[in-house]
Write a protein that binds this ligand. Structure first.
Ligand code: MN
Length: 196
């Protein structure tokens, strides 16, 4: 049995970058639906009492269990995404994360441009990510529900680029949503904690 985590802030906390109506639907309807669907799919199976990461890793790549994978990965991705955001966040980080970004991209500006570009160029639904892959910081993107943890890659940060993440606030302007999130909402404390 997987439970829907509470949002780590009030529904209007990220306004106007992400409005309260978006969070109401995105957390209360979309994220909740993934949790409910997953629990129906795993009920009475050997996965019924497993934790989310175990479920994702066990069913990844199994076409017969794609429904379980998609819902489990979407639960995980959304729980992670909420923590990647905070009011008054964004802009350039400090400390160890800043040094690693400078080493990998030369400047925060180049990093921010590549992160935005990953989200803009994800065709259709998906996610933009900052990950640690083979000891290196990298920017990646995944389609639909796919998640780095299914591929042995450690996520540090994600931005949801499904239309439901931005359509109420930005309509079709995904680039504007990405720019605003990167400039104003990235929770660098959470990213630092993930970096360890
Ligand atoms: Mn979403």
């Amino acid at each position: 049995m997987i439970t829907l985590p509470e949002l780590p802030y009030a529904k209007d906390a990220l306004s106007p970058v992400i409005g309260a109506a978006t969070l109401e639907f995105h957390h209360g309807k979309h994220h909740k639906a993934y949790v409910d669907n997953l629990n129906k799919l795993i009920a009475g199976t050997e996965l019924a009492d497993a934790d989310l990461e175990t479920i994702i890793k066990k069913v990844a790549g199994d076409p017969a269990r794609a429904g379980i994978f998609n819902n489990a990965a979407q639960v995980w991705n959304h729980s992670f995404y909420w923590q990647c955001l905070k009011a008054g966040g964004g802009g350039a980080p400090t400390g160890a994360v800043a040094a690693k970004i400078a080493a990998a991209w030369e400047s925060y500006e180049k990093f921010a441009e590549e992160l935005k570009n990953a989200g803009v160029t994800q065709f259709g639904s998906g996610w933009a990510w900052l990950v640690v892959d083979g000891g290196q910081l990298k920017i990646t993107k995944t389609a639909n529900a796919d998640t780095p943890i299914a591929h042995g890659v450690k996520p540090l940060l994600t931005i949801d680029v499904w239309e439901h993440a931005y359509y109420l606030d930005y309509q079709n302007r995904r680039p504007d949503y990405l720019s605003a999130v990167i400039a104003n909402l990235i929770n660098w404390d959470f990213v630092s904690a993930n970096l360890g």
